[in-house]
Design a protein around this ligand. Structure first.
Ligand SMILES: C[S@@+](CC[C@H](N)C(=O)[O-])C[C@H]1O[C@@H](n2cnc3c(N)ncnc32)[C@H](O)[C@@H]1O
Length: 302
């Protein structure tokens, strides 16, 4: 099934990769960060528009689907009433504004797992009520990248909505991925990715891993644990937050693989930028599975 889509808060194109693999055609993308725009343009031959707040809806082509992994901005600005008038000033308002004007048949939104519990559940209720007010039937679930072929524990709230009341069901967990498929061979790793001897020794004194390969994770209190998969990549994490076998950082290519980006994805930005971009991205496999289920639900309706 061919369909058109708008890619909001596009980052480096996690939604774009998933949608194109299922017959999608991107008609509009928006991303404010110049380096992410550059990476997107190098890979998709389409330079995203900048700040979505400045986009006039008359300049956005009509589309069948809208995708947005919107930033996990604090929603403290949301007032006490529920619905559209309550969300002004938030980036979610920008999504609602475009849904209201363009009325795509479906959307997929992605955010952190904690979104559903934020402010005692009030934020999420406002989001769902706003979507209903706009005429959509929203469905939501927390999905984990680990359940969709990727060796990364990354839990995210996914909201899928349709104008029609279609029989949508979220995909069931599939298989988990294998770290061995993600890690580059040791002899191909640039020495700059290895942690200092001091850090390696300090970690080894604190932790013995049961897993090889394994990813060692340092939490906020400095405790070390390790798993046969990666903990969630984070855009703003400290440099040595995740260490492969307690020895070295992940390379940019490995981080992109952990998010389901194929090796054909061109890396055009420096390590620091690519690390931030990979940490911000949506796992491609998760969106592929959700979008497949959404397309199948739409087909059953017609
Ligand atoms: C959570 S990330 C989404 C990443 C994307 N799903 C991907 O796969 O790479 C949110 C993105 O929204 C962008 N952003 C934040 N404010 C924006 C705005 N006002 N207009 C457009 N993009 C914005 C950020 O630069 C960031 O790349």
């Amino acid at each position: 099934m061919g369909f058109t889509y708008a890619d909001l808060f596009a980052g480096i194109g996690g939604f774009h990769l998933a949608a194109d693999s299922l017959g999608g055609e991107c008609v509009f993308a928006s991303e404010i960060d110049a380096e992410a725009q550059r990476a997107y343009a190098a890979n998709f031959e389409l330079t995203p528009h900048g700040d979505i707040k400045l986009a006039d809806t008359s300049d956005i082509p009509n589309h069948d689907a809208l995708f947005a992994g919107f930033p996990c901005q604090p929603f403290s600005i949301i007032g006490n009433r529920l619905g559209f008038e309550d969300i002004r000033g938030t980036l979610f308002f920008e999504i609602a504004r475009i849904l209201k004007a363009k009325k795509p048949r479906m959307f997929i939104l992605e955010n952190v797992k904690q979104l559903t519990g934020h402010n005692g559940g009030h934020t999420f209720r406002v989001i769902l009520d706003t979507l209903r007010e706009l005429g959509y039937h929203p469905h939501w679930k927390t999905l984990n990248a680990l359940d969709f072929g990727l060796p990364q524990k990354r839990e995210r709230t996914i909201i899928v909505g349709f104008l029609e009341d279609v029989p949508f069901a979220f995909p069931e967990p599939e298989k988990s991925g294998n770290l061995k498929d993600v890690l580059e061979p040791d002899d191909a790793i640039d020495p700059k990715f290895f942690a200092s001897e001091h850090i390696v020794k300090k970690r080894a004194n604190l932790h013995k891993s049961a897993f090889t390969p394994g990813i060692w994770h340092e939490n906020k209190s400095g405790n070390i644990s390790s798993y046969p998969y990666s903990c969630a990549l984070r855009a703003g994490a400290s440099h040595n937050y995740l260490l492969v076998n307690g020895l070295r950082r992940l390379t940019p290519r490995e981080m992109l693989r952990l998010q389901g980006f194929p090796d054909s994805f061109k890396i055009v930005c420096n390590d620091r930028q690519t690390r931030k971009q990979a940490g911000n991205a949506v796992p491609v496999n998760v969106i592929q599975a959700v979008l497949k289920a959404a397309i199948s639900a739409l087909k059953q309706e017609f």
